[in-house]
Design a protein around this ligand. Sequence first.
Ligand code: PMP
Length: 403
Amino acid sequence: MSILDKFRPLRAAYDSVRLAGHDPFAVRFERVLSPTEGVLQGRTVLLLGTNNYLGLTFDQNCIQAAVDASLQTGTGTTGSRIANGTYGGHSKLEAEIARFTGKRAAMLFTTGYQANLGILSTLVDRDDHLILDADSHASIYDGARLGSAQVTRFRHNDPEDLARRLRLLNNKPGHKLIVVEGIYSMLGDVAPLREIAAVKREMGATLLVDEAHSLGVLGSRGRGLAEEVGVEADADFVVGTFSKSLGAIGGFCSSDLEGFEDLRVACRPYMFTASLPPAITASVTEAIHQLETRPELRAALNRNGRHLYEGLSAAGFALGPTPSPIVAVRLPDTAQAVACWNELLREGLYVNLALPPATPKGEALLRMSVSAAHTPEQIQRAIEVVTCVGYRLGALGLPAAAE
Ligand code: PMP
């Protein structure tokens, strides 16, 4: 008996996907040429499976800021802020995030995952309640598991179910922290945040909004869904990540609440891990500047999302409920999703294969995401390739003209 034997069923499931063609969990880009193109096995492929929403990974100003910061301050901080000190770049970025999200203060985390892990495990205690949307990201569930609060799930994007569950908790002591996301990462659907904020107010709960996929994407200034629907004052805590629209890595939480800074000496995933390196804090600070001064990026992103969604919808694919920069093609089963994913790669299109348990309701998805950097021609090509592959592999019926 090996200590690793328990992973055998997992390996068998993984093998059945892997042996059908390329290994979707070990794709290796030999080179990345731009936000929209990479080289795989010697061939250039169109990237339609990133979170590079604004295309800032190759922005010359962000790159230069990272280079300058590395030359001036070194490659890494070699420790945590609490033990090894805060760098100027951390404080500057925290001030920028606080200003940008319209909150009094912000705390940096080394990843977005750690932001949720840290905040959710620390804010609420044994006598408190976490009320999570059922389709929450793994980092939210893991934050709940690391902490000791009692966890209640409500039906995905269902404010009435949320209200019902809060009513059931009404006579129980403790704080009630509601956690929702802006745009959900698998199907690209958007939280009914105005209604959720109304429930929060009515029930006297606290609200955390994870804007990981909506920051830089929604809102007149790109601040996210809360800005888009006018409920920023109701978001007591905003969580976000630097790994998507801001093109780097890292995460944050911002808040107006008095005492927020105390989390710096209470939140273990903040205290006991190394802080972000100078190159990252500098490039993210510059990326926020780009986001704010180039609204045309957001317009191009949303145009591209609509173009892809409408093209695939017109072709007859079952998609997520609304156009967004994340467009998911829903397929009947894992085998067909794996086959389509492999065929798309052969045709020069890289998308994400999203399978249960990572997907809501155990769906098999081809998750695509667009960037402001995609040209209309690239989006059109993607629609044509996905449609051809869909017909060829029976994921779609015959086109009307051929019937
Ligand atoms: N929250 C949500 C909603 C996410 O989708 C993700 C990443 N996909 C994270 C948090 C974690 O962010 P990061 O990958 O930057 O750690």
